[in-house]
Design a protein around this ligand. Structure first.
Ligand code: DGJ
Length: 729
């Protein structure tokens, strides 16, 4: 896991600071923390000069509590509410001191507050990531009682006031195989909440990120936007509160762990640290905020962020549970022949007493099924090496089935409310292991460790998790209210142990597809499985929406079969490839079912992708034409930081005969440079501008006319697509 290195730097302590300005390259956050007063936030937005910062109040900026507690905020929402040992439900947190220290990427400001009547103290942290234009916040809540506990009934990570106006919020919903749908609405009076209570897969429904557009309906390339991402792997709630304008001139945004059925009893002397809540502001529209989060995530959060990920074939949609040695050998040969770099054997390879033939048995029994793989996994690892590719394997270590040897041995290891019948999930038998229990933590670590030590050549693990916590109850914990939180603490402990022993192995976060796409879990993972839906048309939307907060480097996008297994839709291979090429390219099909021409097309696309994957996976993204705009089109471009190379993606999602298609405008280029345009993964005749040079200004202001029909063989006129490679002269 990435760690932040703090410089033993100058510690500035200003006991009675008035305004503290925390700045990044292009943004500032101004807090007003005066000794004895309630800590307040005055401003968050474009970087301020010291003169403008000093004049904020005269410009009409009103300060608002930085961390509203139940007491000063009792008629509106609060970030913190508690029950003191004597039953008192209020706290009164006043500033004691403010300190600032430097760390390698920026500053860390700490506002220490205390309650004059009770030994409960809150410290609020603001950390700037200067180059990436991100400022994050979290709190520490300390119970200084000598003997008694304090119960936290709400314990958000932070609160941000936003000036009222034409403010729109984009939040993200979704479900299995329909991940990351967009909900974009203006903020109106009242409360809007975005939450997840799955217990395990915290992006199976909503996501813990929002875009807040300050200049009306959100635009991709212009307008002031704040992005917020709660970095937490468990249950959360994000809330917006908009009061009556007669009494309030602000919206307030709150984010934190969801406290429902999860009050936290803070023992005497204990400190609770809330998860990091990251903000980024950009005046370059939602794409500007996305670029900031991508840079920040790659540098500080994602495991091996900044290194390109391998092109792989995953066995799941090719064979499902029908794993066998000859079949695995054939798939490995096929992906190696096409130029791929990694083969991943998915579900179905394990189980002894209960062989894993379907999803009803065996989770927890991580031994090779010798009927399917008589020579074991070691044979597959060796075969992959012979083919010149790497080998990866699927596990679901947090889970078991009631039909497994593990459950027979340790029925007390599963989560289920005391005295209730078992609530079983996938396959009618799946159960979640209780990660609050240290014995279970050891077991889950042992699953990973066992695989890595038995088969040393393994270089990639797909870590799946396919169930929620439906019956909240631990057979280990005394306080059932702590289960949701302790589960994720246990998971973090296991993942820390894994990463300290296996820092180099690539690990994919999969949770019924995109059920774990959050900056709280990704520090231990290299990438995530974006969705079990590999239909390229729906992927245009899913990948567009996922890209709001997550970089292409982490977004696994695989070429699936046609008709697609989830939607039944038939889509030409060219379009399926071009959609997968806009993120981390892979394949999720049976190569033996492909024709020689199809394999050749994949092979040349893989070769082309290798030329540009650094730009796609590590570049700056500009989303240009949204697939939601009703134009039957979607376009986006990735550029290098120095703007010397770029890759432009053009997808015709719907074809309407006779309807004109506007010229495609580019973005993110250097207006003064000339760019040669060449088509990648080309099928059919060359485009009229193939090999020609255009200035960045021309491409961004006049654009190129791209013929609107389908350029690939097949029954449809929909699904035309082009990938254009731009190189500066
Ligand atoms: C759910 C995942 O999303 C799929 O990719 C696959 O790994 C299956 N689980 C296997 O059971």
């Amino acid at each position: 896991m990435k760690r932040t290195i703090f410089l033993a730097a100058v510690l500035l302590c200003n006991a009675a600071a008035a305004q503290t300005v925390i700045s990044t390259k292009n943004t500032s956050l101004v807090i007003d923390a005066q000794e004895g007063q309630i800590p307040q936030i005055l401003y968050y937005g474009t970087r301020l000069s010291s003169g403008d910062a000093a004049a904020l109040r005269s410009a009409g900026f009103g300060a608002s509590a930085a961390y509203p507690v139940h007491n000063d905020a009792s008629t509106s929402l609060e970030a913190l509410s508690v029950r003191m040992p004597d039953g008192n439900l209020s706290t009164d947190q006043r500033v004691k001191s403010v300190s600032t220290e430097s760390w390698a990427g920026g500053k860390l400001v700490r506002v220490d507050c205390a309650d004059a009547n009770y030994p409960l103290a809150v410290s609020i942290f603001y950390k700037s990531y200067e180059a990436e234009d991100v400022i994050s916040t979290w709190t520490e809540i300390r119970n200084g009682e000598k003997k008694k506990s304090v119960v936290l009934t709400r314990f958000d990570s932070g609160c941000l006031p936003i000036r009222q106006g034409d403010v729109w919020v984009t939040s993200f919903g979704g479900s299995w195989a329909g991940e990351v749908t967009v909900n974009c609405q203006p903020l109106k009076t009242g409360v809007r909440s975005v939450f997840n209570k799955d217990g395990v897969r915290n992006t199976q429904t909503s996501h813990a990120e929002v875009m807040i557009s300050l200049d009306g309906k959100p635009q991709e390339l212009s307008g002031r936007v704040i992005g917020a991402a709660l970095c937490y792997s468990g249950n959360y709630e994000l809330r917006f509160e908009t009061g009556d304008t007669r009494y309030s001139s602000i919206h307030r945004f709150f984010a934190g762990i969801d406290p429902s059925n999860s009050n936290y009893t803070l023992a005497r002397g204990e400190t609770f640290t809330t998860p990091e809540l990251a903000y980024s502001f950009s005046a370059e529209g939602m794409s500007g905020v996305s670029r900031n989060f991508h840079k920040w995530g790659r540098k500080y959060k994602l495991a091996h962020g900044g290194q390109v990920n391998d092109i792989l074939l995953n066995s799941w949609e090719g064979v499902y549970f029908d794993i066998n040695e000859a079949g695995m050998h054939q798939m490995m040969r096929d992906i190696a022949d096409m130029g791929g770099e990694l083969f991943v054997m998915d579900d179905g390879w394990f189980g002894d007493k209960y062989p894993r033939k379907n999803d009803e048995t065996s989770l927890g029994d991580w031994v090779v099924d010798r009927n399917k793989l008589p020579n074991g996994v070691e044979d597959l690892v060796a075969e992959a090496a012979k083919d010149g590719i790497k080998f990866g394997i699927w596990i679901e270590p947090e889970m078991t089935n009631s039909r497994s040897e593990l459950f027979e041995k340790h029925p007390d290891w599963v989560i289920n409310a005391p005295g209730r019948n078992l609530v079983e999930g996938r396959g009618g038998t799946q159960l979640v292991l209780d990660l609050s229990n240290p014995a279970v933590q050891d077991f889950v670590f042992g699953v990973f460790d066992g695989i890595m030590t038995q088969w040393p050549g393994i270089s990639y693990i797909k870590w799946d998790a396919n169930m929620d916590i439906p019956s909240q109850g631990s057979q280990y914990l005394k306080n059932q209210e702590h289960l949701y939180i302790e589960y994720h603490r246990g998971l973090a402990r296991v993942l820390d142990r894994i990463r300290s022993k296996y820092p180099d192995v690539a690990v994919q976060a999969c949770a019924s597809g995109g059920g774990r796409v959050n900056w709280g879990i990704l520090p231990w993972f290299d990438e995530f499985w974006t969705s079990d839906n590999t239909d390229a048309l729906q992927r245009v939307f899913i990948q567009w929406n996922t890209s709001y907060f997550f970089p292409a480097e982490a977004m696994a996008a695989h070429i699936g079969a046609s008709p697609n297994h989830t939607t039944g839709r038939e889509i030409p291979l060219k379009f399926r490839i071009d959609v997968a090429m806009s993120a981390r390219l892979g394949l999720e099909l049976q190569p033996s079912a492909m024709s020689a021409e199809e394999k050749a097309l994949c092979k040349s696309a893989i070769a082309d992708y290798k030329k540009v994957r650094e730009i796609v996976q590590l570049g700056d993204l500009y989303r240009i034409v949204s697939p939601y705009d009703g134009k039957g089109l979607c376009t986006k471009i990735y550029t290098t930081g120095s703007k010397d190379r770029a890759v432009f993606f053009w997808y015709r999602t719907e074809y309407f005969h006779g309807e004109p298609v506007a010229a495609s405008l580019f973005a993110g280029l250097d207006p003064e440079r000339g760019y040669r345009v060449t088509e990648l993964n080309r099928v059919g005749a060359a485009l009229p501008f193939e090999g020609k040079v255009f200035s960045g200004r021309f491409l961004m202001e006049q654009g190129l006319d791209i013929p609107s029909g389908n350029n690939a063989p097949g029954p449809h006129r929909d699904f035309g697509s082009h990938v254009l490679y731009l190189t500066a002269e």
